[in-house]
Design a protein around this ligand. Structure first.
Ligand code: MGD
Ligand code: MGD
Ligand code: SF4
Ligand code: MO
Length: 708
C-alpha cells in the first residue's frame, strides 16, 4: 500500500474514507474527486450505520479542506505571544530549529520538561497516537493523561460493567423503552437517533433526562429536566421504586451481580421525594419513569438506556455513571439484545495500542504524568521540572480546556516553547512559536475505531496534501530523524501503521475492499453475565475501588458548585456542544457559523426577568474565576436556575476574545481525573440592552491580544 496515494487523474473517482471527528457515529465517507480535487463528501450507503447520510458539518467538508485560511506552510512567530503574527518559513528551518530547541531542553533540563498535548481532533489511530507516542516515549517526555472528555464515565463503566462495553447500537431500534440520558442525540449522535425513530414507530416510549430542553428532549414523550450533577440521585430513586414494587429480576441479580444487598440498602435511602428535592423535578415524573422501567421486567420487554458523556462532567460523574449503568441488571434488561445500556463501545475494538504506541520505548523510565484537564495550573506550576516545551496536535486547549484565564496565562509564558500542528490558526495556534501545517482526513491514510458502534473503518486519502502540509506522522518522523533518534519504529510508514492498528484481529483485506469491517460480537453480550469485570459479574460493589480506599458502592456526590448553594453565584451553568460545531472544530467555517449565529447564553424567563434581561441583550456572566460576555436568549430550553452557554466558540470570535471556559473550573471528577465543565456556578447581569451597538465592539474581530 503506498503511503500517499495521490493519483490525480482526469476521471472522477469515489474514494472510501472515515469521518475523523470525535463523534460517536464514526461515519463511512465517500469522497468524489475530480481532477485531483475533492468536490463532494457524502456518506457511504454501503455502511449500515452511516446509511449514506452525514451531518451538516461533514457534508461541508470541502469548505473546510479548501478553506482560504488553511495553514499550508510552516509559520514562525514574529510578534508577541498571542498576537497571532507569523512569518512563513521553510520546513527545513522550522524542523531544524524545533529539533535543536527540544534537544537543548532535554539535555540541559530534563526530557520531562517536554509535554505532548493532544486529543481527538482526529480519532484516527495512526494520525493520533502512533509515531507521536513513539517519539515522546523515546525522548522520555512527560506522559499526558487524556481526561478531557470521557474518563469519569469510562472509569464508572470499568468498575461496574468491566470496560467500555454495552449494547450494540442497532438493537435500540427494537427497544420498547429508551432513556436518552445526558445526551442530545439529534445534535451529537445523529445516526443513533435513526434507530430511536424506528423504535418510536414500533411503539417505544422515549424519555430524555437532561437539564436542557434540547431538540432531542422535545421529540421524546417525556423530558426530565433535572439539575446538573443530580443523575445519581435520580438513579437511586428509580432503584428504590423497583425494589419497593418488586419490579426486579431476582434470578439475574442472584447469578450475575455482586453487592446487591449493599446496593439495595443504599437505594432504599432514596425515596422519590428525596430525589425530587435534589434533582429539582416533580416527584410524579420519577415515580412514573420507575413504573415504565419496572413494567419492562413484568412484561418481559426490552428497556434500553443511551447514556452519554454529558452527564459525567460534574464532580460525581463517575459515581453517577456507576449508578445508572447498574440499573439494567436490576430488571435483567441485559437478557434482551435490545435491552441494557450503551455509553461507549470503544472497549470492544481489538486495537493494538502497545504495538502502535510502544510504551516499551520508555525503557524503564517513569516520566511524570500531566493531566490535560488541568493544563492551566500545570503550565503555571514552578515546581521542577517546569514545563519548558509543549507540542500540541489534534487539540485546541486554549479554547477547550477549563479555566481559560489560567490556560491563556500559561500559554503566554515567554519562556515556554510551543509547537502546534494544525489546519487553522486556532486560539491555541496564536500562542505557538511554530505552527506546522497538518493534512486533513481527505489527505492521509488512517484506521478508525469508534465509540458509538462497533465497526472498524479505513480512511484512504482522496487528494494529495494541500500546499506544504504533512501528516502528523510524517512531521514526527522527520523531527525524530533530525533529533538523531534512530529506532527503526520511528520511521514506519502510514501503510505499515494502518496494518499494525488491529494486527491480525481485523481482516485488513476487508478494510481495503469495503472501507469498514464489523467486529464480531454476541447480540446480547451480558444475557448470561460474562461481564469483563474481575468477578465476571456486574459489580454494584467494586473491590477494586474499595482497595483504593474509595466507596465500593456508587453514591450521590453533590456538585462542587451546586445550583442554589452560593449567594454570590446563584445560577448553575452548563456548556454543551453546538450542533453545527464539533467542540471547537468548524467554528471558523463561515456557513456553519452562520447557522449557529453567535455565542449565546440561554436563560429561563424567570431568571431573566429578575435581572432585567431580554433576548438580544448583552450579559455579563461571572464567577470567582472571571467574566465572559455574550448575548442572552430568553428560552424555554433553559430550566429555572440553570443557564446554558452553548458550544465551544473560538475565543477570538467572541466578545472580548473569550468563551465559556473563562468560567469553568479545574476541579476534577470523583473518578477518572476528568474536568467538571458542567459543575459551574455563575451570576448573570445585564451589560447592555438589545441593540446597544457600543457594547458590541470586537464581535468577530478577534480581541486576540487580550490577556486575562
Ligand atoms: N454536533 C456535535 N456533535 C458532537 C460534539 C459536538 O461538539 N457537536 N461533540 C462530540 C464529543 S467530543 C462528545 S464527548 C460527544 C458528547 O456526546 P453527548 O455526551 O451525547 O453529549 P451532548 O450531546 O453534548 O449531550 C450532553 C447533554 O447533556 C446535558 N447535560 C449537561 N449536564 C448534565 C447533567 O448533569 N446530567 C444530565 N443528565 N445531562 C446533562 C446537556 O444539556 C446536553 O444536552 O458528542 C460528540 N458529538
Ligand atoms: N465548556 C466546555 N468545554 C469543553 C466541552 C464542553 O462540552 N464544554 N467539551 C469537552 C470535550 S467533550 C472534548 S472531547 C474537548 C475537545 O477538545 P479537542 O480535542 O481539542 O477538540 P477540538 O476543539 O475539536 O480541536 C481539535 C483540533 O484538532 C485539529 N485537527 C483535526 N484533525 C487534525 C489532524 O489530523 N492533525 C492535526 N495536527 N490537527 C488536527 C482541528 O483543526 C482542531 O483545531 O473539549 C472539551 N471542552
Ligand atoms: S461528525 Fe459524526 S455524524 Fe458527522 S459525519 Fe462525522 S461521524 Fe458522522
Ligand atoms: Mo468529547
Amino acid at each position: 500500500m503506498p503511503d500517499q496515494d495521490h493519483s490525480a487523474t482526469s476521471s472522477v473517482q469515489r474514494v472510501r474514507g472515515a469521518c475523523p471527528h470525535d463523534c460517536p457515529d464514526t461515519c463511512a465517507l465517500l469522497t468524489t474527486v475530480q481532477d485531483g480535487i475533492a468536490i463532494k463528501v457524502q456518506g457511504n450507503p454501503a455502511h449500515a450505520h452511516t446509511d449514506g447520510v452525514l451531518c451538516t458539518k461533514v457534508s461541508r467538508y470541502t469548505e473546510r479542506t479548501y478553506h482560504p485560511e488553511r495553514i499550508l506552510q510552516p509559520l514562525k512567530r514574529s510578534g508577541p505571544k498571542g498576537s497571532g503574527q507569523y512569518t512563513p518559513v521553510g520546513w527545513d528551518e522550522a524542523l531544524g530549529d524545533i529539533a535543536a530547541r527540544l534537544l537543548a531542553i532535554a539535555a540541559h533540563n530534563n526530557p520531562e520538561a517536554i509535554v505532548p498535548y493532544s486529543y481527538a481532533g482526529t480519532m484516527g489511530l495512526v494520525q493520533g497516537e502512533s509515531i507521536a507516542a513513539r517519539f515522546f516515549h523515546t525522548l522520555g517526555a512527560s506522559l499526558l493523561d487524556r481526561t478531557i472528555c470521557a474518563s469519569a464515565g469510562a472509569e464508572g463503566l470499568v468498575h461496574t460493567l468491566g470496560g467500555k462495553v454495552g449494547m450494540q447500537v442497532q438493537f435500540f431500534a427494537e427497544s420498547k423503552l429508551i432513556l436518552i440520558w445526558g445526551s442530545n442525540s439529534i445534535g451529537s449522535n445523529l445516526h443513533f437517533w435513526r434507530y430511536v425513530q424506528q423504535a418510536k414507530r414500533n411503539g417505544a416510549r422515549l424519555v430524555c433526562i437532561d437539564p436542557r430542553k434540547t431538540e432531542t428532549a422535545e421529540k421524546c414523550h417525556e423530558h426530565i429536566a433535572l439539575r446538573p450533577g443530580t443523575d445519581a440521585a435520580l438513579a437511586f430513586a428509580l432503584m428504590h421504586q423497583l425494589i419497593t414494587h418488586d419490579w426486579l429480576d431476582h434470578a439475574y441479580l442472584a447469578e450475575h451481580t455482586v453487592g446487591w444487598p449493599a446496593l439495595r440498602e443504599r437505594a432504599l435511602q432514596w425515596p422519590p421525594e428525596r430525589a425530587a428535592e435534589v434533582c429539582g423535578v416533580p416527584v410524579e415524573q420519577i415515580v412514573s419513569l420507575a413504573r415504565d422501567y419496572g413494567q419492562c421486567v413484568v412484561n418481559r420487554e426490552p428497556a434500553a438506556i443511551r447514556l452519554n458523556y454529558g452527564m459525567q462532567r460534574t464532580r460525581g460523574g463517575g459515581n453517577a455513571t456507576r449508578a445508572v449503568v447498574s440499573l439494567p441488571a436490576l430488571i435483567g434488561a441485559w437478557r434482551h439484545r435490545a435491552g441494557g445500556v450503551l455509553m461507549s463501545s470503544s472497549g470492544q475494538f481489538p486495537v493494538q495500542r502497545a504495538a502502535l504506541q510502544r510504551p516499551d520505548l520508555l525503557a524503564g523510565r517513569r516520566p511524570r504524568t500531566i493531566n490535560m484537564s488541568t493544563i492551566g495550573d500545570a503550565l503555571l506550576d514552578a515546581t521542577a521540572p517546569r514545563i519548558e516545551a509543549l507540542v500540541v496536535y489534534n487539540s485546541n486547549p486554549v479554547a477547550v480546556a477549563p479555566d481559560s484565564g489560567k490556560v491563556v496565562q500559561g500559554f503566554a509564558r515567554e519562556d515556554l516553547f510551543t509547537v502546534v500542528l494544525e489546519h487553522f490558526q486556532t486560539d491555541t495556534a496564536d500562542y505557538a512559536d511554530y505552527i506546522l501545517p497538518a493534512t486533513t482526513q481527505l489527505e492521509h491514510w488512517d484506521v478508525h475505531s469508534g465509540y458509538g458502534h462497533t465497526d472498524a473503518l479505513l480512511n484512504r486519502p482522496a487528494i494529495a496534501p494541500l500546499g506544504q502540509s504533512k501528516t502528523n506522522t510524517q512531521i514526527f518522523r522527520e523531527l525524530a530523524a533530525r533529533m538523531g533518534l534512530t529506532d527503526p519504529c520511528l520511521s514506519e510508514s502510514d501503510g505499515e501503521l494502518c496494518r499494525t492498528a488491529y494486527g491480525a484481529q481485523v481482516d485488513f483485506a476487508a478494510l481495503l475492499e469495503h472501507g469498514f469491517a464489523t467486529i464480531p460480537l454476541p447480540d446480547a453480550p451480558f444475557a448470561t453475565g460474562q461481564f469483563p469485570t474481575p468477578s465476571g459479574k456486574c459489580e454494584f460493589f467494586s473491590d477494586r475501588l474499595a482497595a483504593q480506599g474509595l466507596d465500593g458502592l456508587p453514591d450521590y456526590l453533590p456538585n462542587y458548585e451546586a445550583a442554589g448553594t452560593s449567594k454570590d453565584f446563584p445560577l448553575a451553568m452548563i456548556s454543551p456542544p453546538a450542533r453545527n460545531f464539533l467542540n471547537s472544530s468548524f467554528v471558523n467555517i463561515t456557513s456553519l457559523r452562520h447557522i449557529e449565529g453567535e455565542p449565546l447564553l440561554e436563560i429561563h424567563a424567570d431568571d431573566a426577568q429578575q435581572r432585567g434581561i431580554t433576548t438580544g441583550a448583552v450579559v455579563r456572566i461571572f464567577n470567582q474565576r472571571g467574566t465572559y460576555r455574550c448575548k442572552a436568549k430568553v428560552s424555554a430550553r433553559a430550566r429555572v436556575g440553570v443557564v446554558n452557554g452553548l458550544g465551544v466558540w473560538w475565543r477570538k470570535l467572541g466578545l472580548d476574545g473569550s468563551n465559556v471556559n473563562q468560567l469553568t473550573s479545574q476541579q476534577l471528577t470523583d473518578l477518572g481525573r476528568a474536568p467538571t465543565f458542567y459543575d459551574c456556578w455563575v451570576e448573570v447581569a445585564l451589560d447592555a440592552p438589545p441593540g446597544d451597538r457600543e457594547n458590541l465592539t470586537s464581535m468577530g474581530q478577534g480581541a486576540r491580544h487580550r490577556q486575562p
